[in-house]
Ligand binder design. Structure first.
Ligand code: CUA
Length: 316
């Protein structure tokens, strides 16, 4: 319904409708009360103006019913906005199972994207329509923010951690991609295009796009070049935990606490091995900070994840 309205971006994802409805509700509430307040000021200024010099106004000392009304009514209205906003936020927060995973690296001043099958893109993202897509994002330098207005998704990409977000496009077409965080003098040029394609066109694009190694292959090569397998293996020589099946499992640390081995945990353990040590091991691993890029980290993690999958399929 906003197609012809130039200030409102096209709505092209499953969550766009929910975000717009909340946004319009808040705008409507704000407009209603602004009009009410300004109308009342104007009306009272006219209605109760001083008509003669002798007229002395009667002081008013309060009105309990009025006070309660204008405290309680906004309270429930704001609670409604809060509850509604929370519901939209959570539905937007958890990616559905089986989403297509794409890795994003921001750097001054471009977006680099890696598909699991090995295709790489710069400032362009090709995705299929009607399927959920999960982005795992990191930055090589400063804060950037990945923003696709037509999908109503935006997420800051902060140095030193992974940010994730997901969306499910509902319409084929070309959509703007922006960096929405001021990140240096060419920030305004850090833009791109998202191409939403029919699934068969997407498959054709995937097979036609120049592809190098898959993420897993690249990760395996890096894993071996960095010598990870010399310690991370079973038996006497295994000075580090075995990595098969670790991704997605619950790990017990030397302080007794437990955590889920996800991308963020693997990333931290590669860069700062002493941060979270698995129970029963001493920290002998050197830090790989500075020796591996964010893209490389994503590849190694993809490889470790692939070990987890292998493990799962072989155990009944
Ligand atoms: Cu990156 Cu602005």
């Amino acid at each position: 319904m906003w197609e012809g309205f130039p200030l409102f971006p096209e709505a092209a994802s499953t969550i766009a409708g929910g975000v717009d409805a909340l946004y319009l509700f808040m705008v409507a509430i704000s407009v209603f009360f602004s009009a009410l307040i300004f109308g009342a000021i104007f009306y009272f200024a006219m209605r109760y103006r001083r008509r003669t010099l002798e007229e002395i106004p009667k002081p008013i000392h309060g009105n309990m019913a009025l006070e309660i009304t204008w405290s309680v009514a906004p309270f429930f209205l704001l609670l409604l906005m809060f509850g509604w906003g929370t519901a939209v936020f959570f539905s937007n927060f958890h990616p559905p199972e089986g989403a297509t995973e794409i890795f994003v690296t921001g750097k001054q001043w471009m977006w680099k994207l890696q598909h699991p099958e090995g295709q790489r893109e710069i400032n362009e993202l090709h995705v299929p329509v009607g399927r959920p897509v999960k982005l795992t994002m990191a930055t090589e330098d400063v804060i950037h923010s990945f923003y696709i207005p037509a999908f109503r998704v935006k997420k800051d990409v902060v140095p030193g951690m992974y940010s994730t977000m997901w969306f499910q496009p509902t319409k084929t077409g070309k959509y703007h991609l922006f960096c929405a965080e001021y990140c240096g003098n060419q920030h305004s040029g850090m833009i791109g295009t998202v191409y939403v394609m029919e699934p068969q066109d997407y498959e054709a694009w995937l097979s036609g796009a120049p592809r190098g190694e898959t993420l897993v292959q690249a990760g395996r090569r890096l894993f071996e070049r960095l010598g990870c397998q010399t310690c991370h293996r079973a038996g006497e020589e295994g000075r580090g935990p075995v990595l098969e099946g670790v991704f997605g499992s619950t790990v017990t640390l030397d302080n007794g606490s437990k955590l889920l081995a996800d991308e963020a945990y693997l990333r931290e353990s590669i860069l700062r091995p002493a941060a979270k040590v698995v129970a029963g091991y001493r920290v002998q691993m050197p830090t790989f900070q500075g020796q591996i890029s964010e893209e490389g980290l994503m590849q190694v993690i993809a490889y470790i994840k692939s070990m987890a999958r292998k493990e799962r399929t072989t155990t009944p």
